[in-house]
Design a protein around this ligand. Sequence first.
Ligand code: ACM
Ligand code: ZN
Length: 540
Amino acid sequence: MNNLKINAVNIFMILSSLFGISTVLNASGIVPVPVLQIPGKGSFTLNRATIFQYSFEGEHRENIHSAITRHMELFYGLKPATPAKADRHNKGAIWFNLNPGSGIPAEGYKLEVTKDGIKAEASTPNGLFYAAQSLLQLMPAEQKSLEKIEIQSVKIEDEPRFPWRGLHLDVCRHFMPKEFVLRYLDYMAMHKLNTFHFHLTEDQGWRIEIKKYPRLTEVGSKRKETLIGRNFNPDAKFDGKPHGGFFTQEDIKEIVTYAAKRYITVVPEIEMPGHALAALASYPELGCTGGPYEVATRWGVFNDIMCAGKEGTFEFLEGVLDEVIELFPSKIIHIGGDEAPKHNWKECPLCQERIRKEGLKDEHELQSWFITRIEKYLNSKGRSIIGWDEILEGGLAPNAAVMSWRGEAGGIEAAKSGHYVVMSPGSHCYLDHYQAEPATQPLAIGGFTSLAKIYGYEPVPASLNAEEAKYIMGAQGNVWTEYMPNSAHVEYMVYPRAAALSEVVWSPKESRNYESFMERMQSMIKRYYAYGINFSRIEF
Ligand code: ACM
Ligand code: ZN
C-alpha cells in the first residue's frame, strides 16, 4: 500500500513538473509531510456557522474537538461550533468518521477538503487526531483575527512510517516545571510525535514522588549547588545555589492524562544500576559502600552505583516500580542501564558473592543478571523493558528492547537477534549537541547536529535485511539538560530540530526532501511564533 502511494506521489511530481505546478507538494505546508497529497480545485470556507460533526461521541471526540478549538481560538479568535453526531457527511459540514473497518492503518487517516465540506476518516481515534492536526496546518499559519477561513481543496492519505516517534526530556540535570512539560506535549502533538520519554531519575536529582520511599524526594530531589561551565574544566566553580524540584504523583497523573488526550504515551525512565546518586544519597544502604553519598553537583559518570549483591536493592526497585506502573499505563518502562562503571562491583564482597552464586563470568554478566531480574519482575506485571544499549553487554535480557545511543551498533545487534530497537544515535539524534558553529552558540555538551543532519537521518541501517528491519520501532531525539538551565533554553535546542525528526519518523523515506521541508517550515515557524516557542532562528 505504501509503495503504491509513493508511486502516486512520484507520478504526481512528474506530472506537476511537466505542467509547471512546481510547489504542488508543498502547497499545504504540512510538517511532517503526508504520504500523499492531491490538490483539488477551489476551496472550502469555514466560518462561525460551520458545523463540526463526528460519527462518535465520548472522550475521543472531546480530545479531537478540543485540539481544533484551542488552535482556532488562539490563532483566529474563531470558536468552532459545539460538535454534533452524524453518521454521514452533510454538505457544508466538517465530518470526522471513525471507521474501524476502513482498512486505514493504525494512526493513519484520510482527509478530503472540497468546496462542499471536509471529511476525515480513520480506523483509530489517534488517526483522526492526526487528521485534525493536518487540517489545522491547512489553515493560515499566521495568528490573525478572522471571521472566515479559506481552506484549499486537497485530498490527503497519510500514515506514519514508524510507531515510536520519540522525544525525550531530562528533568533531572535541570528541573523543568509541570506547565512546561505540558507545553512540550502540545508541541509534540503538533508534530505527530507520539512517545514522550520522561527521564525522571539521575545522579543530580530524583524527580518523581514515591510514597514508599519519601526520602527520594525529601533528600534526592535537591542538590546544594551546580557546576558552572564545563564539567571537565579542572578549575570549574560552583554557583552556590541549591537546585531542586520534583513531580508529585498528582502532577504525574496530570501529565499522563494530558499526554493521553494528545495520543502520546509517556515512557518513564527509572535509571538503574547507574546514574543513581540521588537515590543513594536518600538511601545509602542501596550502594556497595554504604556511603555517605551526596546528590551530584557536577555532570558525568560516577562510580557509585546500586549494589547488585544486596536483596534490598531489588526490594527497593520493585517498590519504586510498583508505584511507577500504577502511574504510567505505558506497556514499556525504561530502566536506563547506561554508564554504570563496574569499579565498585569488583570491590564489593556482596556483588562478588552474587557473581559466584549465580555462576556469572564477570561484572558485565552481573549487570545483565540485574537487568534480567528487573525485566522478569516487570514482565510479571504485564510490562516490558527498554534500556540504553549497554544492556547488551553481558547478554541482553530475553524480552528487552534496546535504545541505541552510542551509534547504531547496539541497535543493529539487537535487531539481528530479534529484539525491538529505538534508534537514537548521538551522531544524529542528540538535541543537546550544537546546532551551529559553537563559537556562536550558548554552551552545549559538544557534538554537532545541524537541522540538515538530523533531517538526513535514516533510522533503518543498510546492514539490516527486511526481516531484521521490522524490529526498528522508530527513532527519538534526546534532550539532556546539563547545559540547558531553563525551559526557554530547552525550546531553543529542540525546535526546529524536532520538526526535522518528525519527518524522519513519520514520512516515507522516499519523500524526504530538505528543500521542501525548509519551504514548509516557513509556515511552521509562524506557528512557533504564535505559540511563543523560543525556537532557534539559526536557519530562519
Ligand atoms: C546516554 O546518553 N547516557 C544514554
Ligand atoms: Zn555491591
